[in-house]
Ligand binder design. Sequence first.
Ligand code: ADP
Ligand code: MG
Length: 225
Amino acid sequence: MSAAPVVELSNVSRSYPGPPEVRAVHEVNLRIDRGDYLSIVGPSGSGKSTLLHLLGLLDRPSSGTYRLDGIDVAELSHARRSTLRGAQIGFVFQAFHLLPSRTVLDNVMLSMLYQGISRARRRATAEIALQQVDLAERSSFLPTQLSGGERQRVAIARALAGRPSLLLADEPTGNLDHHNAIGVMDLFDELHAAGLTLAVITHDDEVSARAQRRVRIADGELVTL
Ligand code: ADP
Ligand code: MG
């Protein structure tokens, strides 16, 4: 484990060429330390998803520097970025993206398929992740047999199974009713207390208020709250 911050963005911008050119993220500076729980809040179109894609190595800055665990990611080949993403980042999206015909356990195990881990080890790791989200009893269920909140907790277990340095969530409660949203927020509190580093992107003030530190994004620029 390196001593560097998990995330260090320096003057990072991302423009979509267009025309017209859109400056989706503009000159962003952001540091996320190990164990931080950060929320990034902003209205629709403010650049939240673009920022999350940059943080998650799904996209590259047009300019500026991104260090993830001290590694300057601009220097990396496509293959090394993919490997780094798989090793360091866990993703949770608004739509849960579970495979409907696979059990809960399989959905979590499949996330580790290409990491050269034995099936027995993948199974054990998936079972631990499902315990962390309190769904061990639902291992053999299909996603269609679960509530929305439970499905999102499976998606969180899948993200945790890779032991990420950073959990990135984009509107994680966007498809949930209030009761289930609170369940997911409570789970994030627990995971944070257990040492996980989280960045949660949301347009919902109630969700963002749970974080230890909040930043707002407006027209691609960050403001600390
Ligand atoms: P948010 O997630 O906050 O709704 P986005 O990051 O999705 O915001 O979008 C920020 C801005 O960038 C918006 O003006 C959006 O229209 C624009 N944008 C997003 N993705 C693309 C793209 N692939 N090509 C062009 N413009 C884009
Ligand atoms: Mg978005």
